[in-house]
Design a protein around this ligand. Structure first.
Ligand SMILES: Nc1ncnc2c1ncn2[C@@H]1O[C@H](COP(=O)(O)OP(=O)(O)OP(=O)(O)O)[C@@H](O)[C@H]1O
Ligand SMILES: Cc1ncc(COP(=O)(O)O)c(N)n1
Length: 272
């Protein structure tokens, strides 16, 4: 039997903390063979985003075609798609693959505040990409932009999730990393609500938390796990990675989370 595969369609973060690099690290740690389609190259470090260079549309299209026609994948994670043309081409290509689980992380801004997609692309994501998604994973500011609602409580998250579901995804998880107290995430599939609570960790090193969380869900779906089990594992993964983030001490700004943490908790020997 061949290995489980997961594909990330996202932007490159030269600093290695978010985007494609975070996704591939997560896939590897969770034992899944990682594939990548790069949509945009960011010149980025822990201090911020210093340049964004989109891959030409034909390049995005060609990467998807060659990877899926030869290797195939068991799950797809979608991250930064910076322009509406890129969103259009990715949605068009993926219509053929709607039997594969698709996790859509509607990445809009980097932690430091730099925009990672245009306003036009936000509409396109809602209209073309959400209807293909098994689950969408907005953070609170993203859910606010997508719904026009103000979100300050679990009740607000519930109302936003109901509205997001109307855009066509099979389910929604609103991430609570930006809430004041607990880092509680809310899942809704049109039938039942589930809360995924976690203790908030005080650290400045949270670069790439959303990318890591959504790719962990994709990795577990690739292995055939049920969606809520995949979310539970992803939540444990990101919690461990944030808890041990300060031990990495990479860069002088908002550093990355620590993927070695999950490996260590699984009994693997790692260097730090
Ligand atoms: N300080 C924290 N302590 C514990 N969990 C956190 C913290 N910050 C984020 N999380 C968790 O990490 C996951 C990602 O959430 P977050 O809201 O940070 O996503 P995001 O803003 O899209 O991330 P990013 O844009 O940095 O990639 C969620 O499960 C969230 O609850
Ligand atoms: C290429 C890329 N994709 C996604 C993010 C969001 O992650 P964060 O909000 O942690 O900066 C990023 N900064 N860069």
């Amino acid at each position: 039997m061949s290995h489980y595969r997961a594909l990330t369609i996202a932007g490159s973060d030269s600093g290695g903390g978010a985007g494609i690099q975070a996704d591939l690290k997560t896939f590897t740690t969770l034992g899944v063979y990682g594939l990548s389609v790069i949509t945009s190259i960011t010149a980025q470090n822990t201090q911020g985003v210093f340049g964004i260079y989109d891959v030409p549309i034909e390049g995005v299209e060609k990467q998807i075609d060659v990877v899926l026609s030869d290797i195939g994948t068991d799950a797809i994670k979608i991250g930064m798609l910076s322009s509406s043309q890129i969103v259009q081409v990715v949605s068009e290509k993926l219509k053929k693959y709607n039997h594969i689980p698709i996790v859509v992380d509607p990445v809009m801004v980097a932690k430091g505040g730099s925009p990672l997609l245009t306003d036009e692309a936000k509409e396109e994501i809602k209209n073309s990409l959400f209807p293909l998604a098994t689950v969408i994973t907005p953070n609170i500011p993203e859910a606010e932009v997508l719904t026009g609602l103000r979100i300050q409580s679990i009740e607000d998250m519930k109302r936003a999730a109901e509205q997001l579901l109307l855009y066509g995804p099979q389910s929604v998880i609103i991430k609570g990393g930006h809430l004041e107290n607990e880092a509680v995430d809310l899942f809704y599939d049109g039938e039942a609500w589930s809360l995924f609570p976690a203790k908030r960790i005080q650290t400045k090193n949270t670069h790439g938390t959303g990318c890591t969380f959504s790719s962990a869900i994709a990795a577990e779906l690739a292995k055939g796990k049920e969606l809520k089990t995949a979310i539970e594992i992803a939540k444990n993964y990101i919690q461990a990675a944030i808890e041990e983030a300060d031990q990495l001490a990479i860069g002088s700004g908002h550093g990355p989370t620590n993927h070695f943490a999950y490996m260590r908790r699984k009994g693997l020997e790692v260097w730090n």
